[in-house]
Design a protein around this ligand. Sequence first.
Ligand SMILES: Nc1nc2c(ncn2[C@@H]2O[C@H](COP(=O)(O)OP(=O)(O)O)[C@@H](O)[C@H]2O)c(=O)[nH]1
Ligand SMILES: [Mg+2]
Length: 467
Amino acid sequence: MRFPDLNDITDAGSRLLERASGRVLETDVRLGVTGLRRAGKTMFVTALVDNLLKAQRLPFLDVVASGRYQAARLRPQPDADVPRFDVERHLASLTGPLADWPEPTRGIGQLRLSIRYRPAKALKRMVQSVSTLNLDIVDYPGEWLLDLPLLRQSFTEWSSLTLEMAARPPRDALSASWRGWLATIDPAAPAEEEAARRGASLYTDYLHACRRSDTLLSLIQPGRFIEPGDMENAPLLTFCPLPGDKRGRGSLWELMEDRYESYKTKVVRRFFAEHFARLDRQIVLIDVLGALNAGPDGMADMKRSLELSLDPFRHGSSRWFDWLFGSRIDRVLFAATKADHIAAHQHASLRHLLDRMIADARNRMRYEGANVETMAIAALKCTETVVTQHEGRQLRCVRGVPIGRDRPTVLFPGEIPEDADAFPPGVERPYNFLSFRPPADIAGDSRGLPHIRLDQALQFLLGDYLE
Ligand SMILES: Nc1nc2c(ncn2[C@@H]2O[C@H](COP(=O)(O)OP(=O)(O)O)[C@@H](O)[C@H]2O)c(=O)[nH]1
Ligand SMILES: [Mg+2]
């Protein structure tokens, strides 16, 4: 069967034709890809698209393994108002002469890929010989996901939780100027725009400091303060948590509370309705190795933010909750990214560690809603596992080109701990997983970008759609 070409026939037109002829049944599925900054979203989407287009490295994707996969094509996305995910540019930098990582992206990006396959089920096959799955991939900042739980918190509740956390190490030092400013103001005093701006700006500096700090703190709210998307400098972002409870009319406290509530309605709820509620499947990418590098504080903070990220998937726990988080997402994959930083025999431990990090939240939602899975993956495999001898012992190491070097180097990255709390005592930063450069030879390989378990991730996320 000929795959319609965009140049000779329009998308809508081709669909009508095919539907009329009754040969092709189309299904749409929306896959959300999220994770905090630098978790690996851009790389994941790029590798996913490249591998689905070429379908040469997906042995664990059932539709490919069983020979039913036909082809995939990029198509115009249905939401014209959302920026397109620029997969061509990202692929160009990976496969260009410099073989460089894609440039960092901000905000939301979307892409549609149509997959043609032969149905596995006899009944479906009798109705039509070929099916089409329109896969809409939506890449959005994990910082926005962390905003959804705000919908359930009043300004007073959110303020007191945030202030409490900011006053404890390791955040106390980073929040010192903001908290210093809070001590000089009276929330009950008449509202002044100048004060609101000053507070918001100091609070934003504090959030940026959290992300930049060596401990890589992940729990950041509100997300738009550091990932504003199209809201850069919007007055809606001019607030910050304040101590105390409800204050009088016209007070600074009331002004901030109003803005917090508008943020919830105009930003969080809008994101929820326009994007999140329309997703069918979700993958949450987590740089667990980066958090291990950051030490116990970074790990503890990441665990908290992972628990919060799971909140929006807990449908069914109560009626109002249903209404609030009426998402239709029924499968969520939490994936530890950059697994190629460690030797292959450690991948199971990496996954286990991630499992432990989300265990509590997962147990709470077990029978209620989404099917939650964990995996250790690499969207782009930059290393090989090699065995070396060290003092008569066999060591499994990784071989790749670390960032900042030109030649392949053999490194022993160390062992992944059993538990997030199980940091070796007495050493402040026991882990140092290095970052690697993309392999230099991928341009010459037409089989698609090399990866680790990308196909297994796809099987969990989309396998049933491709039956
Ligand atoms: N070794 C390795 N590094 C990765 C992988 N994915 C991402 N990275 C690294 O993480 C950085 C951030 O990835 P990116 O996809 O831009 O993250 P985003 O901010 O979530 O979109 C990249 O520049 C790479 O250095 C991977 O699969 N393997
Ligand atoms: Mg990105």
